[in-house]
Design a protein around this ligand. Structure first.
Ligand code: ADP
Length: 364
């Protein structure tokens, strides 16, 4: 494995962004959050595959990346810059590490919020080695001045270092060795187009189907030394919201259950028991998701209901309901967003054990 350097500033998580932080804190209380929880990084590392072969799922992306890397290796040049876009927990950091590993080069890891001034980025860039991978997580959160510095560095392999202050200040161009930026973003639309245009290869990661998550859980169980039946893997995969990070987290909680109950093998009934303790139901919905659909169905007759009323009813910030619960509820067909508000679907009514009104589809 090549050298891994984490370049994280003291206020690295972007603590200045109040609302976002608020949302992350709310998120971190949820077992089904796709964001990493504070206590997790170490065990996350043990579960990361180190080669493209060990990376489960995303077959088209893997084939494209394989070709892209092989071509660079044959040409004996560092590959073009790579942009990885997709929701949290789907494997962007893992892929960046795999790229460095496959190329046999070191990787430097930083993030948009960790870089507070253009100078922070200039000092990272000026210390890169030939061929090194620079991974910038949440690249859409880079400060503007750093973004501009990055365009030039990515295109011309050069940084302009400012010397002196005031009217006498001048800039000295410093040439850089060829390196590869891997940017990761959960909000591709927020990236300015000049930055997007600097990437030679953009990959979009999609949510994983259950069959792929089952394989991933089997692999993680083997790494963690858990004996688990195929049926139990299938059950876990159904509750993982298409997200490897959630699958690994739920597996660890099931492991706790197995340890405490001295189980030699984990079966479906153990998954059921362990996850119901955390109030995660058979569809992967947690307490808050259920509160949202219950509120629409029971308090608003199925909808439509506006976001603010709905959030007040479940006692949550509207931003949390909108960005944390709704995407999954919409994707899984429990809820529809209409111009008049949120409407519960037939599936939501039956999930609550209730009969939907006959004209439910007329609501959306
Ligand atoms: P992201 O950077 O997109 O938020 P990560 O790369 O940190 O996601 O992945 C989260 C966790 O899920 C890691 O522990 C990683 O090992 C695991 N993981 C993600 N994708 C895969 C995959 N395709 N195969 C195996 N494990 C994966």
């Amino acid at each position: 494995m090549g050298r891994i350097t984490r370049q994280v500033s003291d206020q690295s998580a972007g603590l200045s962004e109040g609302t976002r932080m608020g949302q992350e804190q709310d998120e971190s209380l949820r077992m089904v959050s796709a964001a990493p929880l504070d206590a997790e990084p170490v065990s996350d590392e043990e579960l990361r595959p180190h080669s493209l072969q060990g990376f489960i799922g995303q077959p088209r992306l893997k084939a494209q990346l394989e070709l892209f890397l092989q071509a660079a290796q044959k040409r004996e040049v560092p590959p073009d810059h790579i942009l990885l876009a997709g929701p949290p927990g789907l494997g962007k950091t893992t892929l960046a590490m795999i790229v460095a590993h496959e190329l046999g080069v070191p990787i430097r890891i930083t993030s948009g919020p960790a870089i507070q001034h253009a100078g922070d980025l200039a000092s990272i860039l000026s210390s890169l080695e030939v061929g090194e991978v620079l991974f910038i997580d949440e690249i859409h959160r880079l400060p503007r001045a750093a973004e501009e510095l990055l365009y030039i560095a990515m295109e011309d392999f050069r940084v302009d270092v400012m010397v002196g202050k005031g009217p006498g200040a001048s800039s000295i161009p410093l040439s850089l060795p060829r390196f590869t930026v891997i940017g990761a973003t959960t909000r591709e639309g927020m990236l300015p187009s000049p930055l997007r245009a600097r990437f030679g290869f953009t990959a979009h990661l999609d949510f994983y189907p259950c069959e792929e998550l089952e394989k991933l859980i089997e692999r993680s169980a083997a790494v963690l030394g858990i004996d688990i039946t195929a049926l139990a893997c299938a059950q876990l995969s159904k509750r993982s919201r298409g997200t490897p990070r959630i699958a690994n987290r739920l597996l660890r909680r099931v492991r706790d259950w197995a340890v405490v109950h001295d189980l030699r093998q984990v079966g479906p009934e153990d998954v059921e028991a362990a996850l119901s303790l955390y109030q995660i139901d058979s569809e992967g919905l947690d307490r808050l998701d259920l509160a949202v659909i219950e509120a629409i169905v029971r308090s608003f007759g199925g909808g439509p209901v506006g976001l603010n009323n709905l959030s007040a009813m479940v006692g949550e910030e509207s931003e949390t309901v909108e960005t944390v619960c709704e995407p999954y509820l919409v994707r899984e067909g429990f809820l529809v967003r209409t111009p008049k508000g949120r409407v519960a679907t037939q599936k939501a009514w039956s999930h609550l054990g209730l009969e939907a009104p006959e004209d439910v589809t007329k609501l959306f």
